[in-house]
Design a protein around this ligand. Structure first.
Ligand code: C5P
Length: 218
């Protein structure tokens, strides 16, 4: 009798993190941002100068990383890296190291450990297909590449980070292609998942849709 899981998967910058954390808040559930784990491995491997192609060594690094999530802060070996892991370059490196089965395997246990009462909302690429195949609700949250690039653009500009929209669109398409085509746990619409297209939806509308779907299952 494991606590219920709502799995929310989707491409980069689809808004799944925002939607998933709000759904978790509404339900009083725990929240897992699985992408942050891959970003932490990316950052750790950069610090340790490990080649992003070296699966076995990355797997060892991922197994030994000391990670903690505390009050919205993300710590790596007790250093606060909450902001550092959000950059585009770490995002790209995360998608490069995420292709290795050794890395993915090393992160399974920590992801499962988030499943505690009263329940969990987990977002990522393979929450429904691999990590929580028994999720009560599986959502594939997406939007057009243009809508996603524009959202990311506005976020970064608001933070005072100067970027070009065309560059963001290019990076995002590169990441989509890699995440969708890899052999292990590719980004896909899992069997039984409901697709939520958010290009024309507000955050509130997307959150409400997921909550309605969950209520209809509960
Ligand atoms: O979601 P986010 O953009 O933070 O994820 C960064 C990268 O980590 C993704 O591009 C993807 O390659 C990888 N990832 C993954 N499986 C997950 C979550 C993220 O492969 N469950």
């Amino acid at each position: 009798n494991l606590p219920p899981v709502i799995a929310i998967d989707g491409p980069t910058a689809s808004g799944k993190g925002t939607v998933a954390s709000l759904v978790a808040e509404k339900l009083g559930f725990h929240y897992l941002d699985s992408g942050a784990l891959y970003r932490l491995v990316a950052l750790g491997s950069q610090k340790a100068s490990i080649d992003p192609k070296n699966g076995p060594e990355l797997g060892i690094l991922a197994t030994n990383l000391v990670i903690s999530f505390k009050n919205g802060q993300i710590l790596l070996n007790s250093e606060d890296v909450t902001e550092v892991i959000r950059t585009e370059s770490i995002g790209l490196r995360a998608s490069a190291i995420a292709v290795h089965p050794e890395v993915r395997q090393a992160l399974v246990g920590v992801q499962h450990s988030f499943r505690t009462i009263p329940g969990l909302v987990a977002d990522g690429r393979d929450m429904a297909s691999v990590i929580f195949p028994d999720a009560v609700l599986k959502v594939f949250l997406t939007a057009t590449a243009e809508a996603r690039a524009e959202r990311r653009y506005k976020q970064l500009i608001a933070k005072g980070i100067s970027v070009k929209l065309a560059d963001l669109l290019h990076d995002l398409q590169e990441r989509d292609a890699r995440d969708s085509s890899r052999g292990t746990a590719p980004l896909l619409v899992a069997e039984g998942a409901k697709v939520l297209e958010t290009s024309e939806l507000s955050i509130d509308q997307a959150v409400k849709t997921v909550l309605d779907w969950y209520q209809s299952k509960a």
